[in-house]
Every structure is written in C-alpha cells, then in structure tokens.
Design a protein around this ligand. Structure first.
Ligand SMILES: Cc1cc2nc3c(=O)[nH]c(=O)nc-3n(C[C@H](O)[C@H](O)[C@H](O)COP(=O)(O)O)c2cc1C
Length: 303
C-alpha cells in the first residue's frame, strides 16, 4: 500500500505535510545539496523586510539543553533581492511560501504587495511573532488589537493565501487564533520560538549579545503541541504545527492535535535531510497502522 500523503494548507495543495520552517532553511538554495525541495510539502523562506537588514551582532546563537537559543533578528536580503535573485534559483515545482516582517503594519503590507506581484509563490506567511526584535514582531504577536491591525493591513495587499505565524509568548493562544480568523487570515502557523534567556556564570552576562533570545528545538515541542491543540479547539482555520519536530512520530503528534501540515526548523541544523526522513517516516507510520491517507490523522487525538 502506498499511503496518500497529500494535504492542503489554507488552499495550498501540498504533496505531503512536511515543510521547512522560516529562517532555518535560508532561501531554499542552501538546502539543495541535501533536499530535493519538490519532494517536500514546501519551504517557508527566511522572513523578508522591505529593506535589507543586518540583524544583531554575535554571539547570536547558542546551544541549550534540548534546543538552541537565537537572536538573529531577521537578517535578510530584503524583498526585492529575494524576488530578483533567490526565487528564480529555486526548482520550479517546489512549493514556496514567502515570509514577511516589518516594524509597522504598513511596512508588512508593502512587502506583501511586492510578493503578491511575483510569480512562483504559493502563499505568504506573516511573521507576527519574532521573539527578539524590539520593534515589531513580538508586539504584534502578543497584543490582540495589534495583531488585528496587522492582518487588516496585510489582507487587502495580497490575493495569495495568507498565513499568520503566531507567538507562543501569550497567555491565550485561542484568543490570538480567533483574531486571525476574524480578520480573514486563511491559516495560522504556530509556534515561533519561546522567549528565553541563557546566562554565563563566569562572565555573569547573558550568553547572547542581545540578552534575550528565542528558544527552539525539542525543548519546546510539548508547549507547541499544547498550543496547536488549543488553537484547533478554538478556530476552524487550517493550522501548520511547528516546534521541536525532528521525527515522523513528532509530526504525527502535531497532526493528531489538529495540524494539517508541519514545519521542521532547528532539526535542519543537526540533520539537513530531517524533513525528507520525516516524510518517509510518515508513509511508514501510515502503512504500519493501515491508514490510507495521512489526512485521516488530522485532529484524530483520542482524548
Ligand atoms: C536560527 C533561527 C532563525 C529563525 N528565523 C525565523 C524567521 O526569519 N522567521 C520566522 O518566522 N521564524 C524564524 N525562526 C523560527 C522557526 O521558524 C520556528 O518557528 C521555531 O524555531 C520553532 O521550530 P523548531 O523548534 O522546529 O525550530 C527561526 C528559528 C531559528 C532557530
């Protein structure tokens, strides 16, 4: 039996539920020695701003028990260079979702407009959740009124499927998911990194130059599962689950909690082929359990 791995996220047909998470796979070309992007569900490229951005000074990543801390601060080439140089270099049959970021809603909207006019994109993910950018990201992701304003600015700027990437650094993820649904988003992605701090006792300083960073990797998986589950209970929007996924078993857990697709992030650093292995592992899981289509797992958690 060859299980049907296809799924759909916010109107985007996917060959399988496994995507690469924004910021952990560059603009896609960096992954080509390891992964045939056409074999995956898709790629979410590094978040783009209207102008190029240099990001924070080092040290800006550090290893933690069961994860990593980063405060890259959205270093990127800018939307125009992405469209001119990066997008054309990607395989034509890969499913590509662009991610956009700005320090105010109008700037996000202008990035969305630029992306909307380009050929070859399946959708746009709004990064409303960067945990370590002082102006922008975290404010939009933590305050329902700001999130609402942000989506209201971006929604008219594109006809592409619009996904909103949510922050875990909130009291009620259900409330933030409802805001997305109310403002006409097509889907939600969660979670971004968890705001965190590592301290070096010898220097008595934070390990990262920025002080705070975002924690990702297996350490955050149970938090992410809980939030995907709660969001799925609160809204009928499709959900892309993210957070610490490094095996097919992890991916299945997210699907059971209500995700229709998943993204692989930090695991790419340890094993750039992780996403392909997860895809193959999903097929094995379906075979072992007599499941004809992976979509049967979505929301099928036994409680
Ligand atoms: C080094 C690094 C850079 C990241 N950059 C972005 C980014 O540009 N935009 C974004 O939406 N998320 C970014 N993220 C967050 C990831 O996409 C993902 O949401 C988070 O790491 C949790 O998933 P994981 O535990 O599988 O890594 C970044 C994460 C890491 C580790």
């Amino acid at each position: 039996m060859t299980p049907d791995l296809s799924t759909e996220l916010a109107g985007i047909p996917l060959r399988n539920p496994v995507l690469l998470a924004s910021g952990t796979a560059g603009y896609g070309t960096e992954m080509l020695p390891f992964v045939q992007l056409e074999q995956l569900g898709g790629l979410v490229a590094k978040s783009l701003t209207l102008e190029p951005r240099t990001g924070n000074p080092p040290p800006r990543i550090a290893e933690t028990p069961a994860g990593m801390l980063n405060a890259i601060s959205l270093e990127n080439v800018g939307v125009d260079a992405f469209l001119a140089d990066k997008l054309p270099a990607l395989p034509p049959h890969a499913t590509l979702i662009a991610s956009c970021f700005g320090t105010e809603p109008g700037l996000y909207a202008r990035v969305c407009e630029r992306l909307d006019a380009a050929d070859g994109l399946a959708g746009i993910e709004i990064n409303a959740s960067c945990p370590h950018v002082k102006s922008g990201g975290i404010e939009f992701g933590q305050d329902p009124a700001s999130l609402s304003e942000l989506i209201r600015a971006c929604r008219p700027a594109t006809e592409l499927p619009l996904l909103v990437k949510l922050s875990p650094n909130v009291t009620s993820i259900a409330e933030m998911a409802r805001v997305c649904e109310g403002e006409g988003a097509d889907g939600i992605c969660l979670i971004n990194a968890v705001q965190a701090l590592m301290v070096d006792p010898e220097t008595r300083r934070p390990v990262l130059a920025n002080g705070l960073g975002g924690l990702s990797g297996p350490a955050i998986l149970p938090i992410a599962l809980r939030m995907v589950y709660q969001a799925a209970q609160a809204v009928s929007l499709p959900i892309c689950g993210i957070g610490g996924i490094r095996s097919a078993a992890d991916a299945v857990a997210f699907l059971l909690c209500g995700a229709t697709a998943i993204q692989v992030g930090t695991a790419n650093y340890a094993n750039p082929s992780a996403a392909v292995e997860i895809r193959d592992g999903l097929a094995d899981y379906c075979r072992r359990h007599g499941i004809a289509a992976v979509s049967e797992l979505i929301g099928a958690l036994r409680v």
